[in-house]
Design a protein around this ligand. Structure first.
Ligand code: SF4
Length: 933
């Protein structure tokens, strides 16, 4: 008679496996062994435990990481058994910068720990080349051979060049730092064909435009170890506990060292609990708060005048008649328009270090410029003009419009609290020599007036002398933008130089070809009008060339470009899913594209809507490197296993495509003024791609990149595989690396006196560009969130922050992460907003506005700000939504702030990911109602 379940459970209740139990279970003859004393030492050998011991054996270990734009850049060990990836573990062997400082080991997060389970071995893995056989997005696919896939793509490329020109080929991939060889693969093919490489840092709104405006730099920041040097830290729109998991401990460690931490979020964000104080600011009013702090700092003389005189344009003289700097050309016949005056020792003096100065230093020598004062100056050719300093003009504006009392009703923060905070910050700045830092993030950077937010915060730090100091600075952490060996990347991606490459700002390209429109408040033209002027002036590139035609009114009135892009390559990105204005792209842009080719290791939304999907190697199946602004170490990707199924690395895929285009083109040449000599010849395409075979292999391409940058020259793949290595001392960035010292930005300016890359060579707060003057933004100011006509009926601000359970869309569909939340897309609302709409927790709701709708569940969140609804970003179109393919971007449009299209002025000139319109979306408004479908 078999053992009864009741008896079985009773026997299991015993603490040891006894002879009686083995007999009772009928397990005699197995390897199970009686354990008479389970606490004996040494323990008795029990063969059945080998089952578990075997789980911890492996055949090989490789060092790799994850290229997902997380900024973590954590080195991992990847364990392989029987040709399959078994598991992964943090490598935790970064060298110390200084043993006295907290270690960056171990680095990792919940997502990285399940990359193999979810993606390498996951059921969404793309195994073979696929061709769409139904409508885009219908999910109907045919497996095809690599040869067929490459033939069809190559033929389409050649036909596009022949009929529409090479600039109808669009290439999109983001964030080279997360895997620069993979980035270079498609970029290099674009370079050799004449195709267009798209920006991403501005498109994703990760670019803080106030940085190029004020500092002449895309972004440069401190590595996270430097946080412990801060004496006052402001978490302003950055939520490190959720989004900087490997580095969040440095916030706590800074507190151990006496740093005060202030959190400024509308909601009680998870990092607030780590702060000493939390200010619940009204959404989108951060600039008002920052400027009120600035006003108080100046009014109470809590600023660093020596720093302001040397590092900023504050002492520069401004003509009161034009509002422009007083130039040498104004005063001296034949003088430079790019040399500027200060008032020092009772007379005019030219400031060194400006764009027109031959004296390239910020060292003032014997000058001691006045920060304040007005004077009358004789002009060349006769006449006089009165002048005053930038500092005085700025102070007058702050005193008129930005006092604490004026900011209080705007920000929701009391005037007394604002002045108290300002006093705290001022005291911390003066007592520590400027060790005040802002940890800045997407929460404040995704607004339409993000540049005003940036400039106000930068001004606060300049007043304190905090930029270019360890423990200080505007540390903007959004996107893994810091490709330390940037010159190696350029050499690999664009071998004939950037001048021979077509680049374009993606926000502009998408806005135009998706045919959006809007009328900015208080400006003389529609956004389309400014676009047309910007492109016509040569300030912003847009492709295909001539897309807007020559008739401004036609474009402004119809919004229809006259030339369309024809092909799009997407790799290392979920471009369509992440795209603001999702519905407009589907309806107006995608139909213009004859072919969309996506390289992917998983069937994400972009792959789902592509025409041909090519199976790409995962992060554990290729050679590459990975860098970040969060630390100063270089470490590699290595293939733990060869690419699974029929997948190939990005480098091999684009190389194979180059070979196929060369083969099918049959000696085809075509004129292209962008290319040296004016003619492109496809008969040498493969050799051009591989440098005659020298960089055909992924590992050779990776080594080539290392060899061509001062930060990495001398490093080898074997060396950084043995252990991560700190970058070399000399850098192309705004500071050099010093042994024992955490990296922080702009030391070359504060310590070596190198000018900033701005018109004035300084941190520049006066921008004379006519479009800035028209907007009233020639100096830092505050403007409220945008409310366009027709949006009044959508009362809830729509917030799409980065979350804890995904890195963008990666892991959004991962089972192990879905188990940690409600398992599908949800929006978060304040109980009061739910009550007025008759909503209960976990109801299905329809979130909608003038752009579209998405149907998700609602979660009651007491820590949410009333008047706002939050939906963490990057849910795939196909995950958990009711009724239709929709996602978090179905309710967003694309807005462009016209001043971000400006050019032809000092530091305001287009460069990829440096200056261009940002893809803002925080001003979006929605309504939420119960969904009963
Ligand atoms: Fe680190 Fe990013 Fe990987 Fe997480 S996903 S472990 S943060 S590299």
């Amino acid at each position: 008679m078999g053992i009864q379940r009741r008896t079985f459970l009773k026997m299991l209740a015993g603490t040891t496996v006894t002879a009686a139990s083995i007999k009772a279970f009928g397990l005699l003859g197995t390897n199970l062994k009686v354990v008479n004393d389970p606490y004996a030492y040494p323990p008795e050998y029990r063969g059945w435990e080998d089952l578990y011991r075997d789980e911890w054996t492996w055949d090989s270990v490789a060092r790799s990481t994850h290229g997902v734009n997380c900024t973590g850049s954590c080195s991992w060990k990847v364990f392989v058994k029987n040709g399959l990836i078994l598991r992964e573990e943090q490598a935790a062997d970064y060298p110390d910068i200084d043993p006295a400082l907290p270690s960056i080991n171990p680095r990792g997060c919940n997502k990285g720990a399940c990359y193999a389970a979810e993606y390498v071995n996951g059921d969404r893995r793309i195994k073979y080349p696929l061709k769409r056989v139904g409508a885009r997005g219908a999910g109907l696919w045919q497996r095809i051979s690599w040869d067929q896939a490459l033939n069809e793509i190559a033929d389409q490329v050649i036909a596009t060049i022949d009929t529409a020109g090479p600039d109808a080929l669009t290439f999109f991939t983001p964030i080279p730092a997360m895997s620069p060889v993979s980035f270079s693969s498609g970029a290099r093919l674009a370079h050799l064909l004449g195709g267009v490489v798209c920006s991403f840092y501005d498109w994703y709104c990760d670019l803080p435009p106030g940085s190029p405006i004020t500092l002449g730099e895309q972004t440069d920041v401190a590595e996270s170890t430097d946080w412990v040097n801060a004496r006052y830290m402001i978490l302003w729109g950055s939520n490190p506990v959720q989004t900087r998991i490997p580095d969040a401990h440095f916030v706590t460690e800074a507190k151990y060292k006496g740093c005060k931490v202030l959190a400024i979020f509308p909601d009680f964000a998870s990092s607030s609990i780590r702060a000493d104080r939390w200010l619940s600011v009204e959404p989108g009013t951060d600039a008002a708060l920052a400027l009120a702090i600035c006003q108080h700092l100046i009014a109470t003389s809590q600023y660093d005048p020596t720093y302001l005189k040397e590092q900023t344009d504050m002492p520069f003289l401004v003509r009161t008649d034009t509002g422009e700097y007083l130039r040498e050309a104004d005063v001296v016949a034949g003088g430079s328009p790019d040399q500027f005056y200060v008032w020092s020792g009772g007379q005019l003096e030219l400031a060194p270090g400006t764009e027109g100065s031959s004296n390239k230093t910020l060292d003032l020598g014997g000058l001691n410029p006045d920060l304040s004062g007005s004077h009358v100056v004789d002009l060349d050719g006769g006449g006089q003009v009165s002048v005053e300093t930038v500092f005085d003009r700025l102070t007058a504006r702050l005193n008129a419009n930005h006092t604490a009392a004026q900011a209080a009703p705007i920000t929701g923060v009391g005037a007394a609290v604002i002045t108290e905070i300002a006093n705290e910050i001022g005291a911390a700045g003066s007592s520590s020599g400027g060790k005040v830092m802002i940890m800045h993030g997407a929460g404040t950077n995704h607004w339409y007036h993000n540049d005003l937010n940036n400039r106000a915060m930068l001004l606060m730090l300049s007043l304190l002398g905090a930029i270019g100091k360890n423990g200080g600075g505007f540390n903007h952490y959004v996107g893994q933008e810091k490709i330390w060996p940037v010159n190696g990347l350029k050499a690999l991606s664009f071998p004939r130089g950037g001048a021979h490459q077509r680049f374009q700002p993606t926000t502009l390209w998408t806005h135009v070809h998706a045919e959006l429109s809007d009328q900015p408040t208080g400006l003389s033209q529609t956004t389309r009008g400014y676009m047309f002027d910007s492109v016509a002036n040569g300030w912003m590139p847009l492709y295909p060339e001539g897309a807007l035609g020559t008739d401004k009114n036609s474009f402004v009135n119809t919004g229809v470009p006259v030339k369309d892009p024809k092909m799009m390559f997407i790799w290392r990105a979920n471009w369509f899913n992440q795209a603001k204005g999702n519905n407009y792209i589907e309806q107006s842009l995608y139909p213009k594209l004859d072919m969309i080719v996506d390289l992917n290791f998983q069937m994400d939304t972009t792959a789902f809507y592509a025409d041909i999907v090519l199976p790409a190697a995962s992060h554990y199946e290729k050679h590459d490197i990975n860098t970040t602004d969060m630390h100063s170490f270089c470490h590699p990707f290595n293939p733990a296993i060869p690419p699974m199924f029929e997948s190939k690395t990005d480098w091999q895929i684009f190389q194979a495509l180059a070979a196929k285009i060369q083969e099918r083109a049959g000696g085809y040449t075509y004129p292209d003024p962008k290319w040296p000599g004016g003619t492109r010849d496809l008969s040498t395409l493969l050799n051009d791609f591989t440098n005659n075979g020298a960089i055909a292999a992924d590992i050779d391409a990776t080594q080539f990149l290392l060899d061509n940058a001062p930060e990495t020259v001398g490093m080898t793949m074997a060396g950084i595989t043995a252990q991560p290595q700190r970058f070399n001392n000399t850098t192309t960035w705004t500071s050099n690396l010093e042994a024992g010292r955490p990296y922080t930005a702009f030391l070359k300016s504060t310590e070596d006196k190198e000018p900033y890359h701005t018109l004035t060579g300084r941190q520049q707060y006066l921008i004379e560009h006519a479009w800035f003057v028209e907007a009233g933004e020639e100096l830092p100011t505050y403007k409220p969130p945008v409310l366009a006509a027709g949006e009044e009926s959508y009362p809830l601000l729509y917030n799409t922050p980065h979350g804890r359970w995904a890195i963008h869309s990666t892991w959004r569909n991962a089972k192990q992460m879905l188990r940690l939340n409600r398992g599908g897309p949800i929006c978060y609302m304040h109980p009061a907003d739910m009550a007025t709409r008759g909503l209960a927790d976990d109801d299905w709701v329809r979130m909608h506005n003038n752009h579209g709708q998405v149907i998700v569940r609602v979660k009651e969140m007491k820590s949410e700000k009333a008047g706002r609804v939050t939906m963490y970003h990057s849910w795939e179109r196909y995950v958990g939504v009711k009724g239709q393919m929709a996602n978090f971007n179905s309710v967003t449009g694309i807005r462009i702030k016209p001043t971000q299209l400006a050019g032809g002025y000092g530091q305001l000139h287009f460069a990829l990911n440096y200056w261009g319109p940002t893809g803002v979306q925080r001003d979006t408004r929605v309504e939420v109602e119960k969904y009963n479908g």
